[in-house]
Design a protein around this ligand. Structure first.
Ligand SMILES: [Zn+2]
Length: 444
């Protein structure tokens, strides 16, 4: 009885890969406006837009077959598994509820079938068996190392025993949408939305780099995501990149997308063209010059031989100093050679420090936004003249605040690709809108 129940249970549980049904609604909205360039790099398959269907509707196959009262109808059981490193043909078949020595012997002998357990583990295998647990079909698909093609192995019974075929086909890139509302945390919501782990990590990472949001997302906030999957015969074999995301925090909407200039490293941008990577820190002083950069082996007072752990900006005394990013003031006061000193903590264990101030305008515990006044340039502590000693810390360790002196105009999209960016941003707005509609539809 238990041997019969196992395949039944697997039918009822369904295969998560098959639960992801396609909804044509969003695809219709998005059929236009994608350039050949963006289609090749980012949205290769926007015309077929699979959407995660949130309503599960699994018909209990076995029950309906039995209720016909017709015992002649052949029953087919489906079961899927992922191959393990330790698998042999026998352990794999046993785990899938197949008790057939003919099938086992064939899989062990057959050259094509041997590729199933050769190479890396983690291959997705689907089998069909009859009520006697004899193998009716085995299908396995796995991506090639090039990430462009996949292998498809099919084993079926023929007139003279089992036969196999092994084929190579191109993987299909597909765009998926998901949406979630925060109950407790971003991670929990990502899990509820059944986001692939890789995408959930990218979502958290992108969120942490946004400068116009405060703290984390809290209950009632929500997010939508547009991401890429690599599919074989409609089956998701692997997850690609997070293409876009929208965070709604306290009713305010923040949208970002992935953009890659030809021949450049890609990055996430707000839809109005601000690069998230370069934008985390803004210059703490206007029109200032770096007099000693990070890592330079110069320090006029300490005469250190070790590398400089910050960036010095030469500026007249009294020049306003502005917070390089939003956060909370965790130190405000005198600190040895740093003189009058302010430390601002930002999300994700990042912090910025400001030293030698002539006056401090914030107190400990105060919340500041990017660009808020912290104090003024001075020469308190060990400094030869008025200057701002600025430090950017990640997990308490000084880092190079790359691009800190860049002005906002240099951080935006170059004019040559501005048109591509704008078209892609419009498509992304529509996709995020479709994800939002989808979430409303499933809630109703
Ligand atoms: Zn310094």
């Amino acid at each position: 009885m238990k041997r019969l129940l196992n395949p039944l249970v697997s039918v009822l549980q369904g295969n998560p890969h098959y639960r992801q049904l396609t909804v044509a609604l969003a695809a219709l909205m998005l059929a236009s406006g994608v350039t050949a360039y963006s289609a090749a790099t980012l949205l290769p398959d926007a015309t077929t837009l699979p959407v995660r269907q949130l309503i599960e509707d699994v018909t209990p196959l076995a029950t309906s077959t039995l209720s016909d009262g017709d015992p002649v109808v052949p029953m087919t059981f489906y079961r899927s598994e992922i191959t393990r490193r330790s698998d042999s043909v026998n352990t794999l078949l046993r785990r899938m509820g197949v008790y057939s020595s003919a099938a086992a012997n064939f899989l062990i002998r057959d050259t094509a079938s041997r590729s199933l357990l050769a190479g890396s583990a983690g291959k997705f295998v689907l089998i069909e068996t009859d009520a006697q647990q004899q193998l009716q079909r085995l299908t396995a698909r796995w991506p090639s190392d090039d990430g462009v093609q996949f292998s498809r192995l099919v084993v079926e019974p023929g007139a003279k025993g089992y036969t196999s075929r092994l084929e190579m086909e191109p993987l299909e890139r597909s765009v998926r949408l998901a949406s979630a509302t925060i109950q407790s945390s971003l991670n929990a919501a990502a899990k509820d939305a059944e986001l692939p782990k890789l995408i959930a990590t990218q979502v958290a990472n992108v969120f942490s780099r946004m400068t116009d949001v405060r703290d984390g997302l809290s209950a009632g906030d929500s997010f939508r995501v547009v991401y890429e999957t690599l599919e074989a015969d409609g089956e998701v074999l692997s997850t690609g990149k997070l293409l876009g995301a929208e965070f709604v925090q306290n009713g305010r909407q923040h949208q970002v997308m992935w953009f890659q200039e030809p021949g450049q490293k890609g990055s996430y941008y707000t839809l109005d063209g601000q690069n998230l990577d370069r934008n985390f820190l803004s210059p703490p002083l206007e029109n200032s010059k770096v007099s000693s950069g990070f890592g330079m082996r110069v320090h006029p007072v300490f005469g250190e031989s070790k590398a400089h752990q910050g960036t010095d900006f030469a500026s007249p005394a009294g020049t306003p100093i502005r917070s390089a990013a939003g956060g909370i003031v965790t130190f405000s006061g005198w600190k040895r050679g740093y003189g009058k000193f302010v430390l601002v903590k930002h999300p994700n264990q990042k912090a910025t420090a400001y030293a030698h101030l002539s006056s401090i305008q914030v107190r400990k515990g105060q919340r500041v936004a990017q660009g808020d006044l912290l104090g003024t340039v001075g020469k308190t502590g060990t400094a030869t003249g008025p200057n701002l000693h600025f430090e950017y810390l990640v997990k308490g360790r000084p880092q190079d605040p790359v691009d800190i002196t860049r002005q906002p105009t240099e951080q935006s999209i170059p004019p040559t690709v501005r048109g591509d960016f704008t078209r892609l941003a419009e498509t992304m707005r529509q996709q995020l809108g479709a994800a939002s509609l989808m979430a409303q539809a499933s809630a109703e």
